[in-house]
Design a protein around this ligand. Structure first.
Ligand code: FAD
Length: 571
Protein backbone atom coordinates (compact mmCIF):
# COMPACT_ATOMS: atom_id res chain seq x y z
CA UNK A 1 0.00 0.00 0.00
CA UNK A 2 1.44 3.36 -1.02
CA UNK A 3 1.26 6.06 1.64
CA UNK A 4 -0.89 9.09 0.71
CA UNK A 5 -0.11 12.51 2.18
CA UNK A 6 -2.68 15.27 1.75
CA UNK A 7 -2.29 19.02 1.28
CA UNK A 8 -4.19 21.78 -0.49
CA UNK A 9 -1.33 23.01 -2.67
CA UNK A 10 1.70 20.96 -3.68
CA UNK A 11 4.66 23.03 -4.89
CA UNK A 12 7.52 21.10 -6.46
CA UNK A 13 10.78 23.04 -6.08
CA UNK A 14 12.19 25.30 -3.39
CA UNK A 15 14.18 27.77 -5.49
CA UNK A 16 13.18 31.42 -5.80
CA UNK A 17 10.01 30.58 -7.75
CA UNK A 18 8.82 27.82 -5.40
CA UNK A 19 9.48 29.77 -2.20
CA UNK A 20 7.91 32.96 -3.53
CA UNK A 21 4.84 30.95 -4.62
CA UNK A 22 4.48 29.32 -1.21
CA UNK A 23 4.65 32.63 0.64
CA UNK A 24 2.03 34.21 -1.62
CA UNK A 25 -0.29 31.21 -1.37
CA UNK A 26 0.03 31.32 2.42
CA UNK A 27 -0.60 35.06 2.48
CA UNK A 28 -3.55 35.12 0.04
CA UNK A 29 -5.28 32.24 1.83
CA UNK A 30 -4.95 34.12 5.12
CA UNK A 31 -2.87 31.27 6.51
CA UNK A 32 -5.62 28.75 5.74
CA UNK A 33 -4.29 26.85 2.72
CA UNK A 34 -2.21 23.82 3.66
CA UNK A 35 0.90 24.10 1.48
CA UNK A 36 3.58 21.50 0.78
CA UNK A 37 6.96 22.31 -0.76
CA UNK A 38 8.55 19.17 -2.18
CA UNK A 39 12.21 19.50 -3.07
CA UNK A 40 14.79 16.92 -4.08
CA UNK A 41 17.51 18.87 -2.23
CA UNK A 42 17.79 20.62 1.10
CA UNK A 43 15.66 23.70 0.32
CA UNK A 44 18.55 26.14 0.62
CA UNK A 45 20.71 24.13 -1.77
CA UNK A 46 18.40 24.97 -4.67
CA UNK A 47 20.25 26.24 -7.66
CA UNK A 48 18.86 29.78 -7.19
CA UNK A 49 21.37 30.41 -4.41
CA UNK A 50 24.09 30.66 -7.03
CA UNK A 51 22.57 33.64 -8.86
CA UNK A 52 25.25 36.26 -8.77
CA UNK A 53 24.80 39.56 -10.51
CA UNK A 54 21.36 41.09 -10.16
CA UNK A 55 17.58 41.23 -10.31
CA UNK A 56 16.09 43.59 -12.88
CA UNK A 57 13.50 46.21 -11.94
CA UNK A 58 12.74 49.84 -12.68
CA UNK A 59 13.46 51.73 -9.46
CA UNK A 60 14.51 55.17 -10.68
CA UNK A 61 12.09 56.59 -13.26
CA UNK A 62 13.07 60.09 -12.10
CA UNK A 63 16.63 59.37 -13.24
CA UNK A 64 15.66 58.18 -16.72
CA UNK A 65 14.54 54.56 -16.42
CA UNK A 66 10.99 53.53 -17.33
CA UNK A 67 8.74 50.48 -17.50
CA UNK A 68 8.57 50.98 -21.29
CA UNK A 69 12.33 50.87 -21.50
CA UNK A 70 12.56 47.65 -19.43
CA UNK A 71 9.79 46.13 -21.58
CA UNK A 72 11.42 47.15 -24.85
CA UNK A 73 14.88 45.93 -23.80
CA UNK A 74 13.34 42.57 -22.82
CA UNK A 75 11.41 42.20 -26.10
CA UNK A 76 14.41 43.23 -28.20
CA UNK A 77 16.63 40.87 -26.18
CA UNK A 78 14.14 38.06 -26.85
CA UNK A 79 14.54 38.68 -30.60
CA UNK A 80 10.82 39.51 -30.62
CA UNK A 81 9.67 36.04 -29.55
CA UNK A 82 8.54 37.15 -26.07
CA UNK A 83 4.81 37.64 -25.50
CA UNK A 84 4.53 41.37 -25.03
CA UNK A 85 1.48 41.30 -22.74
CA UNK A 86 3.43 39.04 -20.38
CA UNK A 87 6.46 41.34 -20.56
CA UNK A 88 4.33 44.39 -19.66
CA UNK A 89 2.88 42.58 -16.66
CA UNK A 90 6.36 41.47 -15.65
CA UNK A 91 8.01 44.89 -15.69
CA UNK A 92 5.12 46.55 -13.90
CA UNK A 93 5.07 44.04 -11.02
CA UNK A 94 8.83 43.90 -10.53
CA UNK A 95 9.57 47.15 -8.64
CA UNK A 96 7.28 46.19 -5.77
CA UNK A 97 9.03 42.80 -5.52
CA UNK A 98 12.33 44.59 -4.83
CA UNK A 99 10.75 46.57 -1.98
CA UNK A 100 8.85 43.53 -0.73
CA UNK A 101 12.12 41.60 -0.46
CA UNK A 102 13.66 44.58 1.32
CA UNK A 103 10.82 44.53 3.86
CA UNK A 104 11.44 40.83 4.45
CA UNK A 105 15.11 41.55 5.19
CA UNK A 106 16.99 41.52 1.87
CA UNK A 107 20.35 43.33 2.26
CA UNK A 108 20.45 45.14 -1.10
CA UNK A 109 23.73 46.93 -1.84
CA UNK A 110 23.49 50.69 -1.47
CA UNK A 111 24.46 53.80 -3.38
CA UNK A 112 26.46 56.56 -1.70
CA UNK A 113 23.18 58.32 -0.82
CA UNK A 114 21.85 55.22 0.93
CA UNK A 115 19.28 54.27 -1.73
CA UNK A 116 19.21 50.81 -3.34
CA UNK A 117 22.07 50.38 -5.81
CA UNK A 118 21.71 49.12 -9.38
CA UNK A 119 24.30 48.15 -12.00
CA UNK A 120 24.46 47.69 -15.74
CA UNK A 121 23.84 44.37 -17.52
CA UNK A 122 23.86 43.22 -21.13
CA UNK A 123 21.17 44.56 -23.45
CA UNK A 124 19.88 47.21 -21.03
CA UNK A 125 19.28 50.88 -21.84
CA UNK A 126 19.56 51.74 -18.12
CA UNK A 127 21.55 50.12 -15.30
CA UNK A 128 18.61 48.37 -13.60
CA UNK A 129 20.13 45.16 -12.19
CA UNK A 130 19.49 45.43 -8.46
CA UNK A 131 22.17 43.63 -6.50
CA UNK A 132 23.54 42.47 -3.18
CA UNK A 133 27.28 42.38 -3.92
CA UNK A 134 27.66 39.44 -6.33
CA UNK A 135 25.55 37.05 -4.24
CA UNK A 136 22.04 38.14 -5.15
CA UNK A 137 20.57 34.63 -5.30
CA UNK A 138 22.02 33.59 -1.96
CA UNK A 139 20.57 36.61 -0.15
CA UNK A 140 17.21 36.37 -1.94
CA UNK A 141 16.91 32.67 -1.10
CA UNK A 142 17.81 33.32 2.55
CA UNK A 143 15.22 36.11 2.72
CA UNK A 144 12.45 34.01 1.17
CA UNK A 145 13.32 30.85 3.12
CA UNK A 146 13.29 32.76 6.43
CA UNK A 147 9.93 34.27 5.48
CA UNK A 148 8.43 30.91 4.41
CA UNK A 149 9.43 29.24 7.67
CA UNK A 150 7.39 31.84 9.59
CA UNK A 151 4.18 30.35 8.16
CA UNK A 152 2.87 27.34 10.09
CA UNK A 153 0.83 26.24 7.09
CA UNK A 154 3.90 25.59 4.88
CA UNK A 155 5.36 22.08 5.23
CA UNK A 156 8.75 21.28 3.69
CA UNK A 157 9.43 17.85 2.22
CA UNK A 158 13.18 18.25 1.83
CA UNK A 159 15.12 15.59 -0.11
CA UNK A 160 11.97 14.14 -1.67
CA UNK A 161 12.36 13.33 -5.34
CA UNK A 162 9.16 13.92 -7.38
CA UNK A 163 8.67 11.34 -10.12
CA UNK A 164 5.28 12.07 -11.69
CA UNK A 165 2.11 14.13 -11.75
CA UNK A 166 -1.04 12.31 -10.73
CA UNK A 167 -3.95 13.33 -12.93
CA UNK A 168 -7.24 11.90 -14.04
CA UNK A 169 -9.88 13.39 -16.32
CA UNK A 170 -7.68 16.38 -17.15
CA UNK A 171 -7.47 17.32 -13.45
CA UNK A 172 -4.33 17.66 -11.28
CA UNK A 173 -4.53 15.43 -8.20
CA UNK A 174 -1.04 15.44 -6.75
CA UNK A 175 2.39 13.98 -7.38
CA UNK A 176 4.35 10.87 -6.55
CA UNK A 177 7.72 11.19 -4.83
CA UNK A 178 10.48 9.14 -3.24
CA UNK A 179 11.79 10.14 0.18
CA UNK A 180 15.54 9.91 -0.36
CA UNK A 181 16.35 9.22 3.30
CA UNK A 182 14.23 6.05 3.42
CA UNK A 183 13.54 5.15 -0.20
CA UNK A 184 9.80 5.22 0.56
CA UNK A 185 7.51 5.96 -2.33
CA UNK A 186 4.45 8.13 -1.55
CA UNK A 187 1.60 9.98 -3.20
CA UNK A 188 1.43 13.63 -2.16
CA UNK A 189 -2.10 14.65 -3.02
CA UNK A 190 -3.24 18.20 -3.61
CA UNK A 191 -6.07 20.23 -5.05
CA UNK A 192 -3.56 22.40 -6.89
CA UNK A 193 0.07 22.10 -7.88
CA UNK A 194 2.90 24.40 -8.96
CA UNK A 195 5.91 23.09 -10.85
CA UNK A 196 8.94 25.21 -9.92
CA UNK A 197 11.64 22.68 -10.71
CA UNK A 198 14.13 25.02 -12.41
CA UNK A 199 16.15 24.75 -15.60
CA UNK A 200 17.66 21.84 -17.47
CA UNK A 201 21.20 23.02 -18.11
CA UNK A 202 22.84 19.75 -17.10
CA UNK A 203 22.03 18.48 -20.56
CA UNK A 204 25.51 19.95 -20.99
CA UNK A 205 28.61 19.10 -19.04
CA UNK A 206 30.17 22.57 -19.45
CA UNK A 207 27.43 24.46 -17.65
CA UNK A 208 27.08 27.09 -14.96
CA UNK A 209 24.31 25.07 -13.34
CA UNK A 210 24.22 22.96 -10.20
CA UNK A 211 24.61 19.22 -10.86
CA UNK A 212 20.99 18.90 -9.72
CA UNK A 213 19.68 21.09 -12.58
CA UNK A 214 18.28 18.26 -14.64
CA UNK A 215 14.96 18.57 -16.48
CA UNK A 216 12.95 16.35 -14.11
CA UNK A 217 10.02 18.74 -13.80
CA UNK A 218 9.84 19.38 -17.53
CA UNK A 219 9.94 15.65 -18.24
CA UNK A 220 7.25 14.99 -15.61
CA UNK A 221 4.94 17.59 -17.16
CA UNK A 222 5.67 16.39 -20.70
CA UNK A 223 4.82 12.81 -19.73
CA UNK A 224 1.58 14.11 -18.20
CA UNK A 225 0.56 15.45 -21.63
CA UNK A 226 1.52 19.12 -21.11
CA UNK A 227 3.48 20.59 -24.02
CA UNK A 228 6.98 22.01 -23.62
CA UNK A 229 7.37 25.39 -25.30
CA UNK A 230 10.30 26.95 -27.22
CA UNK A 231 12.79 24.34 -26.05
CA UNK A 232 15.21 25.02 -28.91
CA UNK A 233 16.31 28.24 -27.22
CA UNK A 234 19.19 27.58 -24.84
CA UNK A 235 21.34 30.40 -23.54
CA UNK A 236 25.12 30.18 -23.67
CA UNK A 237 26.51 32.80 -21.33
CA UNK A 238 29.69 34.47 -22.59
CA UNK A 239 31.78 33.98 -19.47
CA UNK A 240 32.16 30.46 -18.14
CA UNK A 241 35.47 30.04 -16.31
CA UNK A 242 37.51 27.27 -17.85
CA UNK A 243 37.74 24.38 -17.22
CA UNK A 244 34.96 24.16 -14.57
CA UNK A 245 32.25 26.23 -16.29
CA UNK A 246 31.64 28.24 -13.11
CA UNK A 247 29.85 31.47 -13.99
CA UNK A 248 31.77 34.74 -14.03
CA UNK A 249 28.81 37.08 -13.74
CA UNK A 250 27.88 39.58 -16.43
CA UNK A 251 28.17 42.14 -13.64
CA UNK A 252 31.93 42.03 -14.33
CA UNK A 253 31.27 43.51 -17.76
CA UNK A 254 28.52 45.69 -16.26
CA UNK A 255 31.11 47.19 -13.91
CA UNK A 256 33.55 47.80 -16.79
CA UNK A 257 35.32 44.48 -17.54
CA UNK A 258 36.51 43.92 -21.14
CA UNK A 259 36.67 40.91 -23.46
CA UNK A 260 39.99 40.61 -25.29
CA UNK A 261 41.29 38.20 -27.91
CA UNK A 262 44.83 36.89 -28.19
CA UNK A 263 45.94 40.04 -30.04
CA UNK A 264 44.72 42.13 -27.09
CA UNK A 265 41.90 43.42 -29.31
CA UNK A 266 38.54 44.43 -27.83
CA UNK A 267 36.84 42.36 -30.51
CA UNK A 268 33.21 43.10 -29.54
CA UNK A 269 33.48 46.41 -31.40
CA UNK A 270 33.12 44.35 -34.59
CA UNK A 271 29.97 42.54 -33.50
CA UNK A 272 28.16 45.17 -31.40
CA UNK A 273 29.70 48.61 -32.04
CA UNK A 274 27.42 50.44 -29.60
CA UNK A 275 27.00 48.10 -26.65
CA UNK A 276 30.26 46.14 -27.08
CA UNK A 277 30.64 43.66 -24.17
CA UNK A 278 27.17 44.66 -22.96
CA UNK A 279 25.24 43.49 -25.99
CA UNK A 280 22.75 40.70 -25.32
CA UNK A 281 24.29 37.34 -24.42
CA UNK A 282 23.49 35.60 -27.70
CA UNK A 283 25.32 38.34 -29.62
CA UNK A 284 28.39 38.31 -27.33
CA UNK A 285 28.64 34.51 -27.34
CA UNK A 286 28.46 34.41 -31.14
CA UNK A 287 31.16 37.07 -31.31
CA UNK A 288 33.37 35.02 -28.99
CA UNK A 289 32.88 31.77 -30.90
CA UNK A 290 33.64 33.54 -34.18
CA UNK A 291 36.89 34.89 -32.72
CA UNK A 292 37.81 31.42 -31.49
CA UNK A 293 36.91 29.70 -34.76
CA UNK A 294 38.89 32.26 -36.78
CA UNK A 295 41.99 31.59 -34.70
CA UNK A 296 42.05 34.63 -32.44
CA UNK A 297 41.40 32.75 -29.21
CA UNK A 298 43.80 31.20 -26.70
CA UNK A 299 44.15 27.46 -26.10
CA UNK A 300 44.42 25.97 -22.62
CA UNK A 301 47.35 23.55 -22.77
CA UNK A 302 45.98 21.15 -20.17
CA UNK A 303 42.39 20.75 -21.39
CA UNK A 304 42.61 21.80 -25.03
CA UNK A 305 39.75 24.26 -24.40
CA UNK A 306 39.69 27.48 -26.44
CA UNK A 307 39.06 30.68 -24.53
CA UNK A 308 39.22 34.47 -24.51
CA UNK A 309 40.32 36.85 -21.80
CA UNK A 310 38.02 38.73 -19.44
CA UNK A 311 40.02 41.70 -18.25
CA UNK A 312 39.01 43.23 -14.89
CA UNK A 313 41.63 46.02 -14.99
CA UNK A 314 39.24 48.92 -15.81
CA UNK A 315 37.07 48.05 -12.79
CA UNK A 316 39.85 48.72 -10.29
CA UNK A 317 40.82 46.81 -7.15
CA UNK A 318 38.52 48.73 -4.79
CA UNK A 319 35.33 47.95 -6.73
CA UNK A 320 36.40 44.35 -7.35
CA UNK A 321 36.79 43.89 -3.60
CA UNK A 322 33.51 45.58 -2.65
CA UNK A 323 31.17 44.50 -5.47
CA UNK A 324 32.71 41.35 -6.96
CA UNK A 325 34.24 39.71 -3.91
CA UNK A 326 32.57 36.35 -4.56
CA UNK A 327 33.86 36.24 -8.14
CA UNK A 328 37.36 37.12 -6.98
CA UNK A 329 37.22 34.32 -4.43
CA UNK A 330 35.97 31.84 -7.07
CA UNK A 331 38.75 32.86 -9.47
CA UNK A 332 41.46 32.47 -6.83
CA UNK A 333 40.12 29.14 -5.50
CA UNK A 334 39.13 27.47 -8.78
CA UNK A 335 41.68 28.92 -11.18
CA UNK A 336 44.50 30.21 -9.00
CA UNK A 337 44.16 33.66 -10.59
CA UNK A 338 43.48 36.91 -8.76
CA UNK A 339 41.50 38.98 -11.30
CA UNK A 340 42.90 42.16 -9.77
CA UNK A 341 46.24 41.05 -11.22
CA UNK A 342 45.42 38.99 -14.33
CA UNK A 343 42.52 38.44 -16.77
CA UNK A 344 40.37 35.33 -16.43
CA UNK A 345 40.08 32.70 -19.20
CA UNK A 346 36.42 32.36 -20.23
CA UNK A 347 34.30 30.82 -22.99
CA UNK A 348 30.55 30.50 -23.72
CA UNK A 349 28.84 28.10 -21.33
CA UNK A 350 25.32 26.65 -21.01
CA UNK A 351 23.54 28.94 -18.58
CA UNK A 352 19.77 29.10 -19.01
CA UNK A 353 16.85 27.59 -20.88
CA UNK A 354 14.36 30.02 -22.35
CA UNK A 355 11.83 27.26 -23.00
CA UNK A 356 9.89 25.22 -20.50
CA UNK A 357 6.47 23.99 -19.44
CA UNK A 358 3.90 25.84 -21.53
CA UNK A 359 1.77 28.22 -19.46
CA UNK A 360 -0.58 31.13 -20.05
CA UNK A 361 0.06 34.62 -18.70
CA UNK A 362 -1.10 33.51 -15.21
CA UNK A 363 1.36 30.62 -15.18
CA UNK A 364 -1.49 28.11 -15.62
CA UNK A 365 -0.72 24.95 -17.59
CA UNK A 366 -3.22 23.06 -19.72
CA UNK A 367 -3.80 20.61 -16.86
CA UNK A 368 -6.56 21.99 -14.65
CA UNK A 369 -5.22 22.83 -11.20
CA UNK A 370 -1.55 22.91 -12.23
CA UNK A 371 0.63 26.00 -12.60
CA UNK A 372 4.34 26.37 -13.42
CA UNK A 373 6.75 29.16 -12.49
CA UNK A 374 10.40 30.15 -12.74
CA UNK A 375 12.91 28.63 -15.12
CA UNK A 376 10.87 25.42 -15.47
CA UNK A 377 8.05 27.42 -17.07
CA UNK A 378 7.71 29.26 -20.35
CA UNK A 379 5.27 32.16 -19.97
CA UNK A 380 7.01 33.59 -22.23
CA UNK A 381 8.97 36.76 -21.38
CA UNK A 382 12.37 35.53 -22.55
CA UNK A 383 11.51 34.43 -26.07
CA UNK A 384 14.61 33.41 -27.97
CA UNK A 385 17.10 35.02 -25.59
CA UNK A 386 16.82 36.11 -21.94
CA UNK A 387 18.38 39.31 -20.69
CA UNK A 388 20.59 38.94 -17.64
CA UNK A 389 18.92 39.71 -14.26
CA UNK A 390 15.45 39.01 -15.71
CA UNK A 391 15.30 35.42 -14.45
CA UNK A 392 15.41 35.98 -10.71
CA UNK A 393 12.82 38.69 -11.41
CA UNK A 394 10.64 36.28 -13.37
CA UNK A 395 10.83 33.76 -10.50
CA UNK A 396 9.59 36.44 -8.08
CA UNK A 397 6.79 37.74 -10.30
CA UNK A 398 5.38 34.39 -11.44
CA UNK A 399 6.06 32.82 -8.05
CA UNK A 400 3.77 35.48 -6.64
CA UNK A 401 1.16 35.19 -9.41
CA UNK A 402 0.94 31.38 -9.37
CA UNK A 403 0.90 31.23 -5.57
CA UNK A 404 -2.06 33.63 -5.51
CA UNK A 405 -3.88 31.82 -8.33
CA UNK A 406 -3.46 28.43 -6.67
CA UNK A 407 -4.63 29.77 -3.30
CA UNK A 408 -7.82 31.18 -4.84
CA UNK A 409 -8.42 27.98 -6.81
CA UNK A 410 -8.29 25.58 -3.83
CA UNK A 411 -10.78 27.52 -1.71
CA UNK A 412 -13.84 25.41 -1.01
CA UNK A 413 -12.58 22.40 -3.01
CA UNK A 414 -12.03 18.94 -1.57
CA UNK A 415 -8.84 16.90 -2.06
CA UNK A 416 -9.11 14.69 -5.15
CA UNK A 417 -8.37 10.99 -4.78
CA UNK A 418 -6.64 9.36 -7.73
CA UNK A 419 -7.31 5.69 -8.31
CA UNK A 420 -4.95 3.15 -6.83
CA UNK A 421 -4.18 2.02 -10.38
CA UNK A 422 -2.83 5.45 -11.38
CA UNK A 423 -0.44 5.41 -8.43
CA UNK A 424 0.60 1.78 -8.93
CA UNK A 425 1.48 2.35 -12.61
CA UNK A 426 4.08 4.89 -11.49
CA UNK A 427 5.32 2.65 -8.66
CA UNK A 428 5.77 -0.13 -11.22
CA UNK A 429 7.66 2.14 -13.62
CA UNK A 430 10.17 2.99 -10.91
CA UNK A 431 10.55 -0.17 -8.89
CA UNK A 432 9.92 -2.94 -11.45
CA UNK A 433 11.26 -0.93 -14.37
CA UNK A 434 14.36 0.68 -12.87
CA UNK A 435 15.12 -0.39 -9.28
CA UNK A 436 14.82 -4.10 -10.13
CA UNK A 437 15.51 -3.50 -13.83
CA UNK A 438 18.28 -5.22 -15.74
CA UNK A 439 20.49 -4.07 -18.57
CA UNK A 440 24.03 -4.12 -19.85
CA UNK A 441 24.55 -0.39 -20.39
CA UNK A 442 26.13 1.82 -17.77
CA UNK A 443 23.76 4.80 -17.26
CA UNK A 444 26.67 7.10 -16.40
CA UNK A 445 28.20 6.39 -19.80
CA UNK A 446 24.86 7.23 -21.44
CA UNK A 447 24.78 10.55 -19.59
CA UNK A 448 28.32 11.31 -20.69
CA UNK A 449 27.53 10.47 -24.33
CA UNK A 450 24.41 12.62 -24.24
CA UNK A 451 26.34 15.62 -22.90
CA UNK A 452 29.00 15.18 -25.59
CA UNK A 453 26.36 15.06 -28.33
CA UNK A 454 24.78 18.25 -27.02
CA UNK A 455 28.09 20.10 -26.69
CA UNK A 456 29.17 19.13 -30.19
CA UNK A 457 25.93 19.71 -32.09
CA UNK A 458 23.57 21.89 -30.08
CA UNK A 459 25.83 24.76 -29.04
CA UNK A 460 26.14 28.45 -30.02
CA UNK A 461 26.14 27.76 -33.78
CA UNK A 462 24.02 24.91 -35.16
CA UNK A 463 23.50 23.20 -38.52
CA UNK A 464 20.86 20.82 -39.82
CA UNK A 465 23.53 18.17 -40.22
CA UNK A 466 24.78 18.51 -36.64
CA UNK A 467 21.27 18.57 -35.20
CA UNK A 468 20.32 15.45 -37.18
CA UNK A 469 23.42 13.71 -35.83
CA UNK A 470 22.40 14.69 -32.29
CA UNK A 471 18.82 13.49 -32.77
CA UNK A 472 19.95 10.15 -34.16
CA UNK A 473 22.43 9.76 -31.29
CA UNK A 474 19.84 10.61 -28.62
CA UNK A 475 17.37 8.12 -30.09
CA UNK A 476 20.03 5.42 -30.07
CA UNK A 477 20.86 6.22 -26.45
CA UNK A 478 17.16 6.02 -25.52
CA UNK A 479 17.12 2.43 -26.81
CA UNK A 480 20.15 1.40 -24.72
CA UNK A 481 19.50 -0.82 -21.69
CA UNK A 482 20.43 1.83 -19.13
CA UNK A 483 17.25 1.68 -17.02
CA UNK A 484 18.60 -0.30 -14.10
CA UNK A 485 20.03 0.31 -10.70
CA UNK A 486 23.08 -1.50 -9.34
CA UNK A 487 22.72 -0.10 -5.83
CA UNK A 488 19.84 -1.93 -4.14
CA UNK A 489 19.86 0.03 -0.88
CA UNK A 490 16.84 2.15 0.02
CA UNK A 491 18.68 4.84 1.96
CA UNK A 492 19.91 7.82 -0.07
CA UNK A 493 20.06 5.78 -3.25
CA UNK A 494 21.63 8.32 -5.60
CA UNK A 495 22.04 5.61 -8.24
CA UNK A 496 18.25 5.42 -8.53
CA UNK A 497 17.78 9.20 -8.70
CA UNK A 498 20.63 9.51 -11.23
CA UNK A 499 18.87 7.02 -13.53
CA UNK A 500 15.53 8.79 -13.07
CA UNK A 501 17.21 12.09 -13.94
CA UNK A 502 18.86 10.55 -16.97
CA UNK A 503 15.57 9.21 -18.30
CA UNK A 504 14.16 12.75 -18.15
CA UNK A 505 17.32 14.21 -19.70
CA UNK A 506 17.03 11.96 -22.75
CA UNK A 507 13.34 12.74 -23.15
CA UNK A 508 13.90 16.50 -22.95
CA UNK A 509 17.07 16.47 -25.08
CA UNK A 510 15.04 14.81 -27.82
CA UNK A 511 12.55 17.69 -27.58
CA UNK A 512 15.30 20.36 -27.66
CA UNK A 513 16.92 18.90 -30.75
CA UNK A 514 13.66 18.16 -32.59
CA UNK A 515 12.49 21.75 -32.05
CA UNK A 516 15.90 23.13 -33.12
CA UNK A 517 15.97 20.99 -36.26
CA UNK A 518 12.49 22.08 -37.25
CA UNK A 519 13.16 25.82 -36.79
CA UNK A 520 14.83 26.73 -40.07
CA UNK A 521 15.85 30.28 -39.15
CA UNK A 522 18.23 32.04 -36.76
CA UNK A 523 16.62 33.85 -33.85
CA UNK A 524 18.19 34.83 -30.52
CA UNK A 525 20.20 31.98 -29.07
CA UNK A 526 19.15 29.59 -31.85
CA UNK A 527 21.70 30.38 -34.55
CA UNK A 528 21.61 28.11 -37.63
CA UNK A 529 24.60 28.35 -39.98
CA UNK A 530 22.41 26.91 -42.75
CA UNK A 531 19.61 29.43 -42.09
CA UNK A 532 21.48 32.52 -40.89
CA UNK A 533 18.59 35.01 -41.08
CA UNK A 534 15.60 35.59 -38.84
CA UNK A 535 12.43 34.71 -40.76
CA UNK A 536 9.44 36.50 -39.22
CA UNK A 537 7.15 35.50 -42.05
CA UNK A 538 7.41 31.80 -41.25
CA UNK A 539 8.84 31.63 -37.75
CA UNK A 540 7.46 34.40 -35.56
CA UNK A 541 5.73 31.70 -33.50
CA UNK A 542 6.21 29.57 -30.41
CA UNK A 543 7.05 25.88 -30.72
CA UNK A 544 4.96 23.43 -28.70
CA UNK A 545 6.22 19.85 -28.27
CA UNK A 546 3.83 17.08 -27.19
CA UNK A 547 4.96 13.64 -26.17
CA UNK A 548 4.01 10.88 -28.62
CA UNK A 549 5.30 7.31 -28.93
CA UNK A 550 7.26 8.16 -32.09
CA UNK A 551 8.88 11.21 -30.43
CA UNK A 552 7.85 14.83 -29.97
CA UNK A 553 4.92 16.06 -32.09
CA UNK A 554 5.42 19.75 -32.86
CA UNK A 555 2.73 22.40 -33.11
CA UNK A 556 3.03 26.16 -33.16
CA UNK A 557 1.21 29.03 -31.47
CA UNK A 558 1.21 32.77 -32.19
CA UNK A 559 3.42 35.31 -30.41
CA UNK A 560 1.58 38.18 -28.73
CA UNK A 561 2.87 41.37 -30.32
CA UNK A 562 1.42 44.60 -28.94
CA UNK A 563 3.54 47.75 -29.03
CA UNK A 564 6.85 46.61 -30.43
CA UNK A 565 6.80 45.50 -34.05
CA UNK A 566 9.70 43.18 -34.88
CA UNK A 567 12.78 45.04 -36.15
CA UNK A 568 16.30 44.03 -36.93
CA UNK A 569 18.37 44.02 -33.74
CA UNK A 570 21.47 46.20 -33.40
CA UNK A 571 23.57 46.57 -30.26
C1 FAD B 1 25.55 30.54 -11.77
C2 FAD B 1 24.28 31.24 -12.13
C3 FAD B 1 24.13 32.58 -11.84
C4 FAD B 1 22.94 33.23 -12.16
N1 FAD B 1 22.82 34.56 -11.87
C5 FAD B 1 21.64 35.18 -12.14
C6 FAD B 1 21.46 36.56 -11.82
O1 FAD B 1 22.35 37.23 -11.30
N2 FAD B 1 20.26 37.12 -12.11
C7 FAD B 1 19.24 36.43 -12.68
O2 FAD B 1 18.16 36.98 -12.90
N3 FAD B 1 19.39 35.11 -12.98
C8 FAD B 1 20.55 34.48 -12.72
N4 FAD B 1 20.69 33.15 -13.03
C9 FAD B 1 19.50 32.39 -13.43
C10 FAD B 1 18.64 32.12 -12.19
O3 FAD B 1 19.47 31.93 -11.07
C11 FAD B 1 17.76 30.89 -12.34
O4 FAD B 1 17.10 30.91 -13.58
C12 FAD B 1 16.72 30.85 -11.23
O5 FAD B 1 17.34 30.98 -9.97
C13 FAD B 1 15.91 29.56 -11.28
O6 FAD B 1 15.12 29.49 -10.13
P1 FAD B 1 13.93 28.44 -10.01
O7 FAD B 1 13.23 28.74 -8.75
O8 FAD B 1 13.15 28.42 -11.26
O9 FAD B 1 14.66 27.02 -9.93
P2 FAD B 1 15.88 26.47 -9.06
O10 FAD B 1 16.45 27.46 -8.13
O11 FAD B 1 16.78 25.79 -10.03
O12 FAD B 1 15.18 25.41 -8.16
C14 FAD B 1 14.68 24.20 -8.67
C15 FAD B 1 14.06 23.46 -7.53
O13 FAD B 1 13.39 22.32 -8.02
C16 FAD B 1 13.68 21.21 -7.22
N5 FAD B 1 13.53 20.01 -8.05
C17 FAD B 1 14.00 19.78 -9.30
N6 FAD B 1 13.66 18.54 -9.70
C18 FAD B 1 12.96 17.99 -8.69
C19 FAD B 1 12.37 16.72 -8.47
N7 FAD B 1 12.43 15.73 -9.37
N8 FAD B 1 11.74 16.50 -7.29
C20 FAD B 1 11.68 17.45 -6.34
N9 FAD B 1 12.25 18.66 -6.48
C21 FAD B 1 12.88 18.92 -7.63
C22 FAD B 1 15.10 21.46 -6.74
O14 FAD B 1 15.35 20.74 -5.54
C23 FAD B 1 15.05 22.96 -6.49
O15 FAD B 1 14.53 23.23 -5.22
C24 FAD B 1 21.89 32.52 -12.77
C25 FAD B 1 22.06 31.18 -13.09
C26 FAD B 1 23.26 30.56 -12.82
C27 FAD B 1 23.43 29.16 -13.26
Amino acid sequence: MVESLKHDIVIVGSGLAGLRAAIEAARVSGGKADIAIVTKLQAMRSHSISAEGGTAAVLYPELGDSLESHAFDTVKGSDYLADQDAVDRFVSLMPQEIYQLEHWGMPWSRREDGRIAQRNFGGYSYPRATFAEDKVGFFEMQTLYDTATKYDNITFYQEWFATSILAEGGQFMGITAIERKTGNFAAILGKAGIMATGGSGRLYSFATYAYSSTPDGMAIAYRAGIPLKDMEFIQFHPSGLIPSGILITEAVRGEGGLLLNKDGDRFMKKYAPEKLELASRDVVSRGMMTEIEEGRGFKDEKTGLDYLNLDFAPIGAEKIKSRLSGIREIAIKFKGIDPIEKPLPVRPVCHYVMGGIDTNIDGATRLKGLWAAGEAACVSINGANRLGANSTSECLVWGKITGAEAAKYVEGKSTPQPSNETIMIEAGRIFDGIFHGRGGTNPYEVRDKLQRLMAKNVFVFRTGEGLSEALKGIRELKKEEYLHCEDKSRIYNTNLSDVLELEGMLLVAEVVVSCALARTESRGAHSRRDFPKRDDKNWLKHTLAYQKDAGPALEYSPVTVTRYKPMERHY
